[in-house]
Structure formats: structure tokens, C-alpha cells
Design a protein around this ligand. Structure first.
Ligand code: NAP
Length: 258
């Protein structure tokens, strides 16, 4: 299938590694020119060089996307953008009584207000040109909140609410906004979550992973490549009628009929 996006320009945030990188690589394979971002310049430059090997133009901007300064730097380098993939690291786990106002502000800034700021900056141009795609990387916890991820649950619920309304206000201009909800995927984030279980339970990393895999009907972790393929489809010209959806990629882990 021809995705119909060759020559478009995408900004993929937090994309030197993990799910963001998977999205960037899948878009590059469809001939999309890229603006990549991450805080650490070294891994970012390496990813940029590898993706240039697929024959697309890649601009790399080292910046913290969750700060106004970082957003301004990225948006200035990005220029006109047809496809926006928002992403950033997730907030730390914890216990409800340990979180103060400042913890919530940090989580809201990173996982709610940053994607909203980027959409506010780029949606007007997409609407004016009559074509655009936005995919926000959120979490399966949007559908099935995870108790120890209260900061993440709160921030992502806010973003999900914003997208539900906004997606329906921009659809008539040929612009779609959807959210992709990862379950457990084989990235540094999964390694760090498994590391937490190792420390708490005194088991090996292999055992921690085996136990987690046993809770997933697919009996394995997802891959960044699979995640990227789903993202590239949502960003394709073929996906123009998919509007304001929250799409789970979790190997069947979240059991709902709606
Ligand atoms: P990851 O493997 O840890 O990768 C994170 C990427 O984002 C790296 O390139 C990192 O580079 C960059 N990054 C992190 N914070 C950034 C910031 N403030 N500004 C710019 N770049 C930043 O994480 P992942 O597994 O791909 O997860 C991506 C998102 O999906 C997270 O929000 C996570 O909570 C969510 N999620 C993941 C899973 C999973 O199983 N993997 C499940 C549910 C939800 P630098 O560190 O150099 O900045």
C-alpha cells in the first residue's frame, strides 16, 4: 500500500530511542523528511545519521521538549510541518500521598501541556494547507489507569480530553489528531520498569520480564518497529477518516469491549 506521504515533513519529538525512534524510522521508510528531537545530542545524531541512510532529509534538534525554550528551538528549526508526533519521557511512579503541586506541574508540563503547545503552534498551518496529521504517544493507562502512575494518569487524562474536542474541530480542514496508547514495549522505559521490580522483589531481570510477559495475551513485549508501523499508518494519507481515536497497542493486555 502506498501511504501517500512521500516528501511530507514530520516533527517527531523525543525520538533518539524507543517508541519515538520507531515512529521516525517508519515515517522515513515512507519517504517522509524528518525533524528529530531528544535532549542528549550523541544518541540523537546517531539516529539522525542512520535514518538519513534511508534517503530522507533529517534535521536533529537537541533540546528538552518539555520546556518553553526547548519547544521554541525545535519549532524554529522545524518550520513548516505536515506530521507531528508528540512524545516525551513518562513521569516517575510513586504513592498518591508523596506527590506535591510541583510534581503535578512537572507531569502536566511534560505529558499534557507540551503536546498541547506543539499542536497550538502547528495546527494553524496544517489547517491552512488543508492536510495534517498529529499522533500523540500516550499510554495504555489512559484506558486502564495504573495505580502507581498517578502523575502519568492525571496528565494523560488531561491531554486525552483536549484531543477529544480539538480533533473534532480540525477534522473539516483535512487534519486528523489521534492518540496511540502503548502497552509494554521493549525500550529503555520497560527495562527501567523491570529494574524497579527486580529491586523490590529481589528477582532477576529475566524473571521480572517473564512475569510481566505472562500477563500479556501475546506473551511478549511489543517492539518499537511495530509501534512505528501503526504510527506511520495513522500519519498516512489513507487514514484521513480516523479522527480523535485512542488506539491501544498492548498485545491484548487491556480487556475491554468498547
Ligand atoms: P524511552 O525508550 O525511554 O525513550 C525516550 C526517548 O525520549 C529518548 O530518545 C529520550 O532521549 C527522549 N526524551 C525523554 N525525555 C525527553 C525530553 N524531555 N525532551 C526531549 N526528548 C526526551 O521511552 P519509550 O519507552 O520510547 O516511551 C515513550 C513514551 O511512551 C513515554 O512517555 C512512556 O511513558 C510512554 N510509554 C511507554 C511504554 C513502554 O512500555 N515503553 C508503555 C506505556 C507508555 P533523551 O533522554 O536523550 O532526551
Amino acid at each position: 500500500m502506498d501511504f501517500g506521504v512521500k516528501g511530507k515533513r514530520a516533527l517527531v519529538c523525543a525520538s533518539s530511542k524507543g517508541l519515538g525512534r520507531g515512529c521516525a524510522a517508519a515515517l522515513a521508510a515512507e519517504g517522509v523528511d524528518l525533524v528529530l528531537n531528544a535532549r542528549g545530542a550523541e544518541a540523537l545524531e546517531q539516529t539522525a545519521a542512520e535514518l538519513r541512510g534511508l534517503g530522507v532529509a533529517v534535521t536533529a534538534v537537541a533540546a528538552d521538549i518539555t520546556t518553553p525554550e526547548g519547544q521554541a528551538k525545535v519549532l524554529e528549526a522545524a518550520g513548516e510541518i505536515d506530521i507531528l508526533v508528540t512524545n516525551a519521557g513518562g513521569p516517575p511512579p510513586g504513592l498518591w500521598k508523596d506527590w506535591a503541586r510541583e510534581d503535578f506541574i512537572r507531569a502536566l508540563d511534560a505529558n499534557m501541556l507540551t503536546p498541547i503547545a506543539l499542536m497550538r503552534a502547528l495546527l494553524p498551518g496544517m489547517c491552512e494547507r488543508g492536510w495534517g496529521r498529529v499522533v500523540n504517544i500516550t499510554s495504555q493507562s489512559v484506558k486502564a489507569p495504573i495505580p502507581q502512575l498517578g502523575l502519568s494518569n492525571s496528565a494523560r487524562a488531561g491531554l486525552t480530553g483536549y484531543v477529544a474536542g480539538t480533533a473534532r474541530q480540525v477534522a473539516e480542514f483535512g487534519v486528523t489528531i489521534n492518540n496511540l496508547l502503548p502497552g509494554i514495549h521493549d525500550t529503555d522505559r520497560a527495562t527501567s520498569l523491570d529494574g524497579g521490580v527486580v529491586a523490590k522483589e529481589g528477582i532477576t531481570m529475566e524473571e521480572a520480564r517473564r512475569r510481566r510477559e505472562a500477563t500479556i495475551p501475546a506473551r511478549r513485549y511489543g517492539t518499537a518497529e511495530e509501534f512505528g508501523a501503526a504510527c506511520a499508518f495513522l500519519c498516512s494519507d489513507r487514514a484521513g477518516f480516523i479522527v480523535g481515536q485512542n488506539i491501544l497497542l498492548d498485545g491484548g493486555g487491556t480487556n475491554f469491549t468498547i
